[in-house]
Design a protein around this ligand. Structure first.
Ligand code: DC
Length: 226
């Protein structure tokens, strides 16, 4: 079974997807972490993010996997927390827009999907391109101001809300207008506006759609072995 969630930065996808995976004892896959991992590796190697050919070559060579803890590994090395740095956040939309990069990363994501019995996956194109056949699809949205406020609270940067808002708007623009696999709602995805909603109620709504609201499971197993 595949449950796929897409939406813009800060709409709550990661938190919600992780919680749904825990509740249903399914594997959780954060596709953004893979693009961030690739971007971090490119920066560490001194590649120019505007050099498409170099980025595509790296995407084909790099080993992006997930550890037992469910966190991304880049050629076997832990990607967190560096993949969340301001520099990576600033650069990731450029690197992830290249077609060759997307082809390489999407094929790794499909391999992961095939290797597990059930998956909760989140990103920008998981409902439209990576797993268009997913049984359950959701599109999470929230206003840019609310998304910036949440990010600031999550990262303990309450005094930088304006800067975070500008970054969110910049990434929305890049992610929705790129030529390959732009962020958009799949026709058969259920729209969930998470503004003024708490995470638990969104998780319950998704579980109700999936039809297993009573399912339980351990988070240890859920994120392991990807
Ligand atoms: O979800 P995130 O903010 O960690 O994602 C970082 C960037 O990666 C995002 O700005 C666009 C890109 N991305 C993508 O192009 N496709 C995905 N499926 C997931 C993320």
């Amino acid at each position: 079974m595949i449950i796929a969630l897409d939406g813009p930065a800060g709409a709550g996808k990661s938190t919600v997807a992780r919680a749904v995976a825990d509740r249903l004892n399914l594997t959780f896959l954060d596709t953004g972490a893979m693009y961030r991992g690739l971007t971090l590796a490119a920066l560490q190697r001194g590649l120019d993010p505007l050099d498409e050919a170099a980025c595509v070559q790296l995407a084909n060579e790099l080993e992006l996997s997930f550890g037992e803890d469910g966190l991304v590994r880049i050629d076997g090395q832990a990607g967190e927390p560096d993949i969340r740095s301001a520099t990576v956040t600033l650069t990731v939309s450029t690197v992830s827009a290249y077609r060759g990069v997307r082809d390489a990363v999407v094929s790794k994501q499909r391999e992961i999907g095939l290797s597990v019995p059930g998956l909760v996956v989140e990103g920008r194109d998981t409902t439209t391109v990576v797993f268009p056949e997913a049984e359950y699809k959701f599109f999470l949205v929230a206003s840019p101001t609310e998304r910036a406020r949440r990010r600031a609270a999550q990262e303990d940067r309450e005094d930088e809300v304006d800067m975070i808002l500008r970054d969110i708007e910049r990434r929305d623009q890049l992610d929705t207008t790129r030529a390959h696999a732009p962020l958009r709602q799949a026709e058969d995805a259920i729209l969930i506006d998470t503004d003024s909603r708490n995470i638990d109620s969104v998780v319950e709504e998704i579980l109700a759609c999936v039809g297993e609201p009573g399912a339980t499971g351990s988070s240890d197993e859920a994120s392991a072995g990807v």
